[in-house]
Design a protein around this ligand. Sequence first.
Ligand SMILES: C[S@@+](CC[C@H](N)C(=O)[O-])C[C@H]1O[C@@H](n2cnc3c(N)ncnc32)[C@H](O)[C@@H]1O
Length: 162
Amino acid sequence: MPDAPSGKQLLQQFFAGSWVTQAVADRTRASIAALGLSGRCRVVGGDFFSSVPSGADAYVLRHVIHDWRDPEAVTILRVCREAMGPQSKVLVIENIIPPGNEPSFGKWLDLMMLLVEGRERTEEEYGRLFAEAGLVLTRMVPTTAGVSVVEGVCSGRQGIEE
Ligand SMILES: C[S@@+](CC[C@H](N)C(=O)[O-])C[C@H]1O[C@@H](n2cnc3c(N)ncnc32)[C@H](O)[C@@H]1O
């Protein structure tokens, strides 16, 4: 395979990020095409520390924020905040740590996330991250899947609707 990249080139591309995000975008595009939904979706690869597409209705971050420490988590949310229009929402989907000392899957997952410097968070902690990123936490919706959807809008937005 004369055109195949060497191990060193692959590692360089991996740490540069471009190859990883492009590969994810390519596979996603193929999956969407297989479902016949290409006319309704646009797949954009990129680095969420730099930019995300602007003016979307919703910025869905599922199991993304829990990968990161607070400073990086705030950066990702702030990048979304900067891309958001007046009606946009950010939807963070995570296992939220419940109050109290009862066992919960989120608490167990929190121990695992220590290995990658990530963490699970309480609703209050998400509220603080949102505030630092210029967002207001408007509600948290539990689901039967165990995860909750934490909704945020731009702070200062008038007439926040339920
Ligand atoms: C724990 S996975 C969650 C994947 C998916 N959202 C889900 O719920 O199954 C975290 C995702 O963040 C993506 N990611 C990590 N760093 C990124 C970056 N700088 N820009 C864009 N995506 C990134 C990874 O490619 C990975 O798909």
